[in-house]
Design a protein around this ligand. Structure first.
Ligand code: COS
Length: 390
């Protein structure tokens, strides 16, 4: 059983502790074995998460299915951390409902919220977030996908790639260039139903930790003007504000993977006999365990600081970047150490630490690679310095 002492930190209140305890019981029974292919396992997880009420935390607005009127970032992080400890795919299914509908929670019109959010919260509609393109992943402002105003509609043309839930989503939040200004000030966000003519899945993409992923193509894809999410030209900010919430939750998922790895390492180290003692009796193992435990606490402090600050209504771009960078990089090291402690068994396909080794890798890349987080942190640190030293 993982360390729970962090739940006493001042970032949390009783509602968070209760949520975590109830979810722990649910996840133990509902996330273990996935039958069938990844698509159907994901659909099944979304339906079950919805039925159990967990997806209500992924959307904001009590009148459209949300648990609270706005997103409780700490709750989302506890959910992701706990789910990730049990199953990477369960965490993925939960996270994508939030990321894929986050723009609607933050900027959707009342009609859009009524139409989409209640179904997302119930697990009856699957959501996706379509930002990256073949030629622009980190450099969002360079995107080429266009949305041309035409009467009472916009016409979308271009491609998106690395889109999670691509192929199984019922709707996509799509960012495209509307041209109000150059660069980041000329982008807008749209909600596009998966059955809209002119929209197609160009390619399904297989990755080391399987989950639905695709390249999307828009060819003269006509959506009503009412599909615009937020104001025209504000798409970049809509995307960044959504990422400010969900980057922190990526950190929480990494934390869940890392905690599971430490549990697995402790279980092995205390049982495995070698040279007349257990692995845990060797100082060299203790050194590893100490670094793993300390790294996890440091990542947890940054993660829940960012979540708590956002729930106080503060701007957390810098804190979310620090949390994501530290938690994902730390989790990679913790999991690698767990594999080492398990030795040969740690690389056997299907072993828990082997699965973690595959699961963690993408988190250092998606929703802003570690290098992008460094850019964000450095820019903010330099800006603060310049402001203090004019
Ligand atoms: N919230 C609100 N507004 C924000 C913001 C945030 N978190 N971050 C930036 N902005 C605003 C800026 O204030 C600026 O506004 P003005 O035009 O009014 O001055 C505007 O957005 C442009 O910001 P900036 O100049 O920092 O943009 P850059 O093009 O330099 O890009 C990075 C910044 C690299 C940080 C951004 O492109 C990014 O996050 N890239 C990674 C994207 C990503 O995560 N991809 C993965 C896809 S999801 S799996």
């Amino acid at each position: 059983m993982s360390d729970k002492s962090y739940l006493d930190w001042p970032f949390f209140d009783d509602s968070h502790r209760q949520l975590r305890a109830e979810l722990e019981d649910w996840a133990s029974e509902n996330t273990s074995a996935h039958h069938g292919d990844t698509d159907s396992a994901c659909r099944d997880l979304v339906a079950r998460l919805g039925k159990a009420g967990w997806l209500r935390y992924a959307v904001g607005g009590k009148d459209c299915g949300g648990r609270y009127d706005s997103i409780d970032t700490r709750a989302i992080c506890l959910l992701r951390e706990t789910l990730a400890r049990h199953s990477g795919l369960a965490d993925f299914a939960f996270a994508m409902q939030g990321l894929g509908s986050g723009a609607l929670t933050l900027h959707g019109s009342p009609e859009q919220k009524q139409r989409y959010l209640a179904r997302v919260a119930a697990g009856e509609a699957i959501a996706a977030f379509a930002l990256s393109e073949p030629g622009s992943g980190s450099d969002v402002a360079a995107m080429e996908c266009t949305a041309r105003a035409d009467g009472d509609a916009y016409v979308l043309d271009g491609e998106k790639t690395w889109i999670s839930n691509g192929g199984i989503a019922d709707f996509y939040i799509v960012f495209a260039r509307t041209g109000e200004a150059a660069g980041s000030r000329g982008l807008s966000a749209f909600v596009v139903d998966a059955d809209t003519p002119g929209f197609e899945i160009a390619e399904r993409i297989e990755v080391i930790a399987p989950h639905p992923l695709a390249r999307l193509r828009f060819s003269g894809c006509r959506v009503p003007r009412a599909s615009l999410v937020g104001a025209p030209g504000q798409g970049f900010k809509v995307a960044m504000q959504t990422l400010d919430i969900f980057r922190t939750s990526v950190a929480a998922a990494a934390l869940g993977f890392a905690r599971r790895a430490l549990d697995e390492a402790l279980s092995r180290a205390t049982r495995r006999k070698m040279f007349g003692q257990t692995l845990a009796d060797f100082q060299i193992t203790q050194s590893k365990l100490a670094q793993m435990a300390t790294g996890i606490d440091a990542a947890a402090l940054l993660t829940y600081r960012a979540a708590w600050l956002r729930d106080q209504g503060r701007n957390v771009t810098r804190e979310a970047a620090m949390a994501k960078m530290t938690a994902t990089e730390t989790a990679q090291q913790v999991i690698d150490a767990a594999v080492q402690i398990w030795g040969g068994l740690g690389v056997v396909s299907g072993h828990p630490v082997e699965k973690l080794y595959r699961e963690i890798r993408a988190l250092r890349i998606y929703e802003g690679a570690t290098e992008v987080q460094q850019l964000i942190i450095a820019r903010q640190t330099l800006a603060a310095y310049s402001q203090a030293n004019p």
